[in-house]
Write a protein that binds this ligand. Structure first.
Ligand code: SF4
Length: 188
């Protein structure tokens, strides 16, 4: 099966998944979006209400900010990145809560298979929940705004754009971080 078919199969599986309680409250699963040859693989926390309605990642205000941040890094969101999240269904109730450990564990296999399928070598982790999924024993604050290598992949760590929507202070830090994420500057 070629990669496109594999991705479509995986998306179907995610679309009908009932491995955790979030399947009972979601409208649509949100597998992720982006071209198969994307150079950057982006991982957020989980879908919000707009994403739940449409099945597409990062389409609300945080998504608009993410698109702008990627442009600061010289990246075209739609041509050069694949965007997904730790859990593929809206965490609720309450609306937009953090996903629980058992929900993250139930969804882990989908993320692992996507990383494999995309052959992701440069992964951008947005926020503490995404960071902890990859680096359980490490402190987010030690790595924010930096690239780090692990297991033959490079990871760039920053806040979730939703934090930048809520607080100007975080928006400034995000802008600073993404200006450092320029192509060819992955070794800092
Ligand atoms: S969050 Fe993941 S594991 Fe849970 S129902 Fe959705 S796709 Fe399945």
């Amino acid at each position: 099966m070629d990669k496109m078919n594999q991705m479509e199969e995986l998306n179907k599986e995610i679309g009908s998944c009932a491995k955790c309680r979030l399947s009972k409250t979601r409208i649509k699963s949100v597998p992720g979006e982006g071209p198969l040859d994307a150079e950057y693989f982006i991982v957020g926390q989980g879908p919000g209400a707009n994403e739940d309605k449409t099945g597409r990642p990062f389409i609300g205000r945080a998504g608009k900010l993410l698109t702008e941040l990627l442009a600061l890094a010289g990246l075209d969101r739609y041509k050069e990145t694949f965007i997904t999240s730790i859990v593929k269904c809206l965490p609720t109730p309450p609306l937009n809560r953090k996903p629980k450990p058992d929900e993250i564990a139930a969804c882990h296999d989908y993320l692992a298979r996507q990383i494999e399928l995309f052959g992701a070598k440069k992964i951008i982790l947005l926020g503490d929940v995404a960071f902890k999924e990859f680096f359980k024993k490490e402190k987010f604050s030690d790595w924010r705004g930096k690239w780090r290598e692990s297991g033959g992949r490079k990871y760039f760590i920053s806040y979730h754009p939703a934090a930048g929507i809520r607080f100007q202070k975080f928006k400034k830090i995000l802008e600073h971080d993404f200006k450092n994420l320029v192509r060819g500057n992955e070794k800092n």
